[in-house]
Write a protein that binds this ligand. Structure first.
Ligand SMILES: [Zn+2]
Length: 61
């Protein structure tokens, strides 16, 4: 049986801002999406998440 634990990213990692490239430590219990950069108003993304990967792909074009 394959083990699917890729969704479980644990308590570590980082939150990143897609607008200004801010990168900060992810706080346990607070989803990155619930945090907002006052400087630019953008919602943060969890680094390594599906949305982060989409963003990286866009930037490679
Ligand atoms: Zn920002």
């Amino acid at each position: 049986m394959p083990q699917q634990q890729r969704h479980n990213m644990g308590a570590g990692g980082a939150c990143i801002c897609p607008k200004c490239d801010y990168r900060g430590a992810h706080r346990a219990g607070i989803p990155c999406q619930d945090e907002r950069r006052p400087q630019c108003g953008a919602k943060l993304l969890r680094e390594g998440s599906h949305h982060d990967q989409l963003l990286q792909q866009k930037r490679q074009h």
